[in-house]
Design a protein around this ligand. Structure first.
Ligand SMILES: [Zn+2]
Length: 140
């Protein structure tokens, strides 16, 4: 599959196969007016199959969210047709308003205006817990 090369933009590479749509939604990419390409099931030497997202504009990405959703991804920043930056997002210490606390007695259930904040409590096992009630986050 050949897609127009990006002159200025962001390429999110090495997304685990099937993960691009979740990232698209969480990053709010549907609200962008520039073109966004999602490539599903691209061949990858390392991963077998992978997804890629190409954004035709350099936007502010929420790197904490990227690291939480998929720490294996690579972010490439393209300017004037050249890759000027390449990095892997870290597993963030905190994620805000990405995970909803499922505990019905949690304060975030009754206080609607509170941010849903989860903190990393176990880096090795990627465990996040609610800042308010300590409930573990459930991953889909
Ligand atoms: Zn909670």
């Amino acid at each position: 599959m050949i897609i127009d090369e990006i002159r200025n933009g962001i390429v999110i590479d090495h997304i685990r196969a099937g993960g691009a749509m979740e990232l698209y939604r969480i990053l709010g990419l549907e609200e962008l007016s520039c073109s966004v390409a999602i490539i599903k099931n691209a061949a990858s030497d390392k991963m077998g199959k992978k997804d890629i997202i190409k954004i035709d504009e350099v936007i502010d990405l929420d790197l904490d969210v990227l690291g939480y959703v998929d720490p294996g991804i690579t972010v490439n920043i393209i300017r004037e047709g050249e890759r000027v930056q390449k990095f892997k997002p870290d597993l963030p210490e905190r994620v805000t308003n990405v995970i909803q606390c499922k505990n019905p007695r949690c304060i975030t259930t009754t206080e609607q205006e509170l941010d849903h904040v989860f903190r990393l409590t176990d880096r090795e096992n990627r465990v996040y817990r609610c800042l308010y009630c300590d409930s573990p986050a459930k991953r889909k």
